[in-house]
Every structure is written in structure tokens, then in C-alpha cells.
Write a new protein. Structure first.
Length: 181
């Protein structure tokens, strides 16, 4: 299966980078997908779908073992797994059901990204945001992705990206205002 992904990449450097990324993050991606989907085969499908999305970011990734790379991969795999979950849910039931609790919420990608003590206050405020808003803020301001790129990563429309960004900024302002009172 890895050969298929490698055939999409143009240069040998990109192929080597992708192979290293795949071997380094394969179990992490599978575990994140399985924690959401609770099905081995669907988790494998989610990993493969996420790898197709990750291929687009291979030229931009400079350090495979960097916390920023890990955060990007976790966000992509979560988005992909949730999308598969929703599609499966629509196929089997007409009722609206809740997503399962994620297995490990104590270690957010943001914890790996913000290591400098001068950002502790910002980190505390951002961790008060919902996961949905936190992911979109990270993609926009940390990875500097365009709204269209965020739309592709999260599998949502461009309008939904703009709306979530707006709501996330309002939520941050509200948190700051409440703490300054």
C-alpha cells in the first residue's frame, strides 16, 4: 500500500520524507483513529485517507519528529476519522448520535507546541476553547494555512471555516474579558 502513496510523490526526497513520516506516525495515527471509530478496519481506512491529505503537505514539512508536524498529523487524522464516523452513522441510523469520547484528551497538540513559559497565559486561555475552535485557530495561525487549505483538512466548507474562525476569536475575546474583570 505504501507504494501507491510513494508513486504520487514527485521527488526521491519527498518519497524518503513520506516513508519516514509514515513509519514514525503510523501507530499514532491508527490509535487516534481507533479511539474515535472503535473499529479496526475503519481506523485503517481513516489512516489511508489521512495519508492522502498529508501528501499535500510533504514539501512544507521540514522536521518529521517536530511537535508541529505531530500536531498537524493528529488534526488531520481526527478530522478524517470523524468524517468517516459521520458517514457511517448516516448509513446505519436515522437518529443523530454523539461521537464517542476520545481516549486521551489530556495531551492536546497545543501542549507540545507552546513550550516557552512566556506563552503559558495564552496557553491557558486557548485550552479553555472547545476542541473545534482550538484546531481551527492552530491551523490558521500556527500553520498559516489559508481558509481553503483548512477547508480541505477539516472536510468542511469555506463558509464553515470563516464562521468557526469568527466564533473562535469571539470566544477568545470573551475569555480574556472575563479574566480581566
Amino acid at each position: 500500500m505504501l507504494e501507491f502513496f510513494l508513486s504520487v510523490l514527485e521527488t526521491e526526497d519527498e518519497r524518503n520524507k513520506f516513508t519516514t513520516l509514515y513509519t514514525y506516525y503510523e501507530s499514532t495515527m491508527y490509535n487516534v483513529a481507533f479511539s474515535i471509530l472503535r473499529d479496526r478496519y475503519l481506523a485503517e481506512d481513516a489512516v489511508h485517507d489521512a495519508l492522502l491529505k498529508i501528501i499535500n503537505y510533504i514539501p512544507d514539512i521540514s522536521d518529521i519528529k517536530c511537535h508541529k508536524t505531530r500536531a498537524l498529523i493528529v488534526i488531520i487524522i481526527k478530522s478524517t476519522a470523524i468524517d468517516i464516523y459521520r458517514k457511517r452513522d448516516k448509513q446505519y441510523t436515522n437518529e443523530k448520535t454523539e461521537l464517542p469520547e476520545e481516549a486521551d484528551t489530556s495531551e492536546l497538540p497545543l501542549d507540545h507546541i507552546i513550550a516557552d513559559e512566556s506563552f503559558n497565559e495564552l496557553k491557558i486561555k486557548l485550552n479553555k476553547l472547545s476542541k473545534e475552535y482550538l484546531d481551527i485557530i492552530m491551523l490558521k495561525h500556527l500553520y498559516e494555512l489559508s481558509n481553503n487549505e483548512i477547508s480541505d483538512v477539516l472536510c468542511i466548507s469555506g463558509d464553515a471555516v470563516r464562521q468557526r474562525l469568527s466564533r473562535a476569536k469571539k470566544a477568545i475575546r470573551k475569555i480574556i474579558e472575563e479574566e480581566n474583570k
